[in-house]
Design a protein around this ligand. Sequence first.
Ligand code: COA
Length: 694
Amino acid sequence: MAAADWVFKDGIAVVTISNPPVGALSLAVRRELGEALARAGQDDAVRAVILTGSHGAFSAGGDIKAFNSTDIEVRPYVKDLQAQIASLAKPVIAAIDGIALGGGLELALACHGRVATPRARLSLPELKLGMLPGAAGVVQMTHLIGPERTLDLLVSGRVMSAEEALADGIVDMVEEDALAAAEALARAVLDGGRVFVPVLDRPVPGAPFDPALADMLRQQAARKARGAEAPVAAAEVIAAACAMDVTAAVAFNEQRAGQLYGSPQQRAQTYYFKAERAARRVPGLPEATRPAGIAKAAVIGSGTMGGGIAMVFANAGIPVTLVDISQDALDRGMGIIARNYDTSVKRGSMTQEKADMARARISGTTDYEAIADVDIAVEAVFEKMDLKQSIFRRLDAVLKPGAILATNTSSLDIDAIAAVTGRPQDVIGVHFFSPANIMKLQENVRGTASSPRSVATVMALGKALGKVPVLAGNCDGFIGNRMLQYYQGEAEFMLEQGAGIEQIDRVAERFGMPMGPLAICDLAGVDVGVLIYQDRAKRLAPGNRQSPIAERLLAMGRLGQKNGKGFYRYEGRERIVDQEVVDAIAAVSAELGITRRDFTDEEIEARLFMPLVNEGAKELEDGTALRASDIDVVWVNGYGFPTHKGGPMYWGEQVGLEKVRDMALSLAERNGPRWGPSALLERLVREGKGWADA
Ligand code: COA
């Protein structure tokens, strides 16, 4: 099949992008579109052109699979196709069904008019790939919706509905039969009854502009970027679109996009895009494995986590029943859910109508019999094994055969939970991150007995819930938290040696983490961290030590943010370092006989992040993670690791696995053998190889 089909009828040529599944603008598509537009220009019988998509997509834009290969550099580019449209003395109308993203949208915006179906979804998502729309997209959008909204649209990568696009004049009509409407529009243009002003000829809304606009946009972008270059470049191009003439602004748009394409950040983010998609695939499942459909769900425990998980199901259109031991507990949980929805509506992230519909899908019960017919039950109660086991016995007794019995545990042994049921094959972990209705990661944990069907079901469920699912093996902390202990542990070891509290957090935040490791301890609760330490201390092999600093803080009554003092003292949102904490840390150093010294930011960065890579390698080694890229997906979505660095494993490869190995050797000497290098890492270093050869 051709990549761009041509059908001609009654003076109108319908040119269809045909590149399933998403209509990416591959070289073949671009070439055939170029030929079709040329043919339309030369053929006098063609009076107008309709440009449309197929398989439920107009176009997902640039061909990501060809990024950083030579195909992408071969003409025609999208800008060449736009120039062809502009020079065609015949109307070209885009008929958009489904997605019009990136280059697909830029192409549509170069047409004379646009008709969308109600299913159309429009976006310029290039910043997620560490780049900019390069075919004038930033300038086009600025001319349509103004500078501030364009920046927000680009930085968030938000998807616009057909309705929103219509309200903003991005599309001219929304019609179920977009082809028929596009044809009518084309004829109206031909009859002289309809005149379209090209997008780039429209005045930028909001003009004239404050001369300080460029700085304001730049600062706004930099605040959100956490070190990513593309948002700042976007702000610069938007400012140019407001200040320069169109030709110069378009040239600047192309130039800035060209500078980002091929940059380390663009490569990291493109790697990451593929990583998320690879994570959905589970190797080794029998071919006949089919996921069970999930039409009804239950969540056990109506606390913060359980309530959040219930919202996730409800938001995805799946009716869900919350189960708790008392009506009081249920009422409290339902109250929190109601408040969360109110907040979403107030913030504008959800319409009142959607929130009401979602809330109506959540019901509550204290009676397990009431959930007998659900397809999945997710337990989300305290992290206590005997409590979880008693719940699983009850679930086993009431749930219909074939239902999935899932636990949201973040650390407990899935096998020990499964063992109390008569159906361990249906038991599996689905670990959501808090707040569950916001955080994207769904770490699915396969127990020894979990069946392929259970695995396939929770992986498919993740996608249906709008989450990013990753499969982990059953071990202490699974993929993410198992690594986290080394990151936070080393932060405290560095405090003992003389690094400053603020310095450590500043380095982590400048690296791109949303919050430094010590501020995170305060957020999670120093008491919570100490409980985990104390529990781990019982299992630590000889020769491994943990820092006593957090315990000291707890003894001083510093619980973290919840009582306004932990590693920091909190005044509103401001973090202030207290002298008594500095003194307490110095006392620990003295007791341990450690000579305090200054740290460079570089050393702190290496000592925080390299241990993550080493532990990740151990997870690959023992099968906890299926691929290095899965670990990156967990860290980006569950812990806020900056996408523009690709994830810890990708980052580790960029800085050099040899350095990571050397760091592990030196930390093992200081902190204990469990910090030592992974055998896999040592082998890869010896053989000069990377994760692809793991
Ligand atoms: N170029 C090439 N392939 C693309 C693509 C693109 N622009 N967008 C998606 N694909 C591929 C995916 O890699 C996937 O391939 P795979 O099955 O071999 O892994 C397939 O299309 C389906 O995509 P997937 O993301 O699994 O499906 P989805 O329905 O969840 O989402 C999109 C579809 C298009 C919304 C999503 O893939 C997306 O956001 N793509 C990026 C679009 C983009 O950034 N365009 C601008 C590029 S400059």
